[in-house]
Design a protein around this ligand. Structure first.
Ligand code: ADP
Ligand code: MG
Length: 415
């Protein structure tokens, strides 16, 4: 008999812990605080299990922990949840235990509901110790209520049995509130942590933008100042050109960063891959005399996307390849075709260490003094928006190949 009371109480406690765990897991998976509906659902299941494993001490006196999920849900989620669960508890009590003394149960839970509703706002703001004290007082008063009426109705309860009726529920309540508080704290910590991360990204982004924009603008300013003192018309014109160049460069930088915030998708075009790549290479060739270029490109292959983004993506990868060969080397661009299209951009430059390969594409990861660490990330975003992917193979001091895999645009049959 004693064993089975204890077993049932422990089982009850297990259900409550599993319920709390389910709550935490829900948050973990969805990153959202469960809605009131889900809280009611989880609590109802927990309460149902507690009622099913309720133990009848003597005629009409039942021990279980069904009030704990009711407490927790009421205090953390407010009066609406509390009211629904009160109805649930009364109904379940009626269905599974019977109508004996049901009026007392209704009275007991209704009074508790009123108290919990009155205090639920203040509860959330209270310190942990106050919370614990409050739940203990409520739990204890509910028990006293039961005992008084048990006494009035002459239920026979032995002294040992008070342990089950009073002490164990009290201890279980304290532990449950502690676990609930722990979960709440973890949830809050995680929220502030991700906010902190976002803030860090924003401030890094702001720093690198201002750095890249300020440099060309400062040089423009310098040339404009020189122009003011310059008498020679020819020189004046040259200064104007140079300052315009600085402004242009700053504009480019800003445009580049807009890749990250560009949420309005432009019109999707069919891009001729070979033409885009040849254009790009012809454009950068004069700027990288120390590098020899070779390419193997296939005619008439198209991909769907935004032409300027696609060029930007390939351009970023080619720029990195050139920058990895300060002493010169070979850069080759190759197209391979099967079901998908793969563009391989290979250099014979510095290469990367294992750690660098792992961080390839991470925002702000750069090994260059003047680097932004945003080029690969931008390329990645663009390729992903085209439903493709980027992979990299690299060996330190030997070179790097970046593979860009893309879906081919379906050919439009003539006629
Ligand atoms: P940035 O070029 O401004 O440094 P990226 O995002 O374009 O930023 O590149 C990030 C980092 O990845 C580079 O600093 C470099 O360390 C590494 N990386 C990228 N491409 C290559 C390459 N072809 N060879 C060697 N290292 C590369
Ligand atoms: Mg780069």
């Amino acid at each position: 008999m004693v064993d089975s009371v204890l077993t049932n109480l422990l089982l009850n406690f297990l259900f409550i812990i599993v319920g709390l765990l389910a709550f935490a897991l829900y948050y973990d998976f969805t990153k959202k605080t469960p809605s009131k509906g889900i809280v009611i659902f989880l609590s109802t299941i927990t309460i149902l299990l507690c009622v099913l494993f309720s133990h009848e001490l003597t005629a009409g006196v039942y021990v279980d922990l069904r009030r704990i999920p009711f407490f927790l849900a009421s205090l953390y989620f407010g009066p609406i949840v509390s009211f629904v669960l009160m109805i649930v508890i009364i109904l379940l009590r009626y269905m599974f235990i019977g109508s004996g003394l049901i009026h007392l149960v209704i009275l007991n839970y209704f009074i508790t509901f009123l108290i919990l509703a009155a205090f639920s706002k203040g509860f959330l703001r209270a310190k942990k110790k106050v919370k614990m004290l409050f739940t203990v007082v409520i739990c204890f008063s509910m028990t006293v209520f039961n005992l008084v009426f048990g006494y009035v109705y002459e239920a026979e309860i032995s002294r040992d049995e008070y342990i089950y009726l009073v002490l164990i529920p009290l201890a279980a309540t304290i532990i449950s509130v502690m676990i609930a508080e722990m979960i709440r704290k973890l949830m809050m910590m995680r929220r502030t942590l991700s906010q902190h991360e976002k803030l860090q990204v924003v401030s890094q982004l702001a720093a690198s933008i201002s750095h890249e924009v300020r440099n060309p603008l400062t040089s423009s300013k310098g040339f404009l100042q020189l122009m003011r003192e310059e008498k020679d018309e020819k020189m004046k014109k040259q200064f104007i050109d140079l300052s315009l160049k600085g402004i242009d460069q700053a504009t480019h930088v800003i445009e580049d960063y807009l890749t990250f915030t560009n949420s309005t998708p432009d019109k999707i075009e069919r891009i001729n891959v070979k033409h885009s790549i040849v254009d790009l290479i012809e454009m950068v060739k004069p700027l990288a005399q120390h590098v020899s270029f070779s390419y193997y490109l296939i005619d008439d292959i198209y991909v769907d996307g935004q032409s300027h983004s696609f060029r930007k993506c390939i351009g970023n990868i080619i720029k990195n390849a050139i920058e990895s060969m300060p002493q010169g080397g070979e850069l080759s661009v190759e197209m391979m075709e099967d079901e998908n299209l793969v563009i391989a951009i290979t250099d014979t430059g510095l290469g990367m260490t294992k750690e660098q390969i792992q961080r390839f594409g991470e925002p702000f990861f750069t090994t260059k003094n003047e680097g932004t660490g945003l080029g690969v990330m931008a390329a990645n975003i663009i390729v992903h928006s085209m439903k493709g992917n980027i992979q990299v193979k690299s060996e330190l001091n030997r070179g790097t190949t970046v593979y860009i895999e893309l879906h081919k645009s379906l050919k439009i049959e003539a006629g």
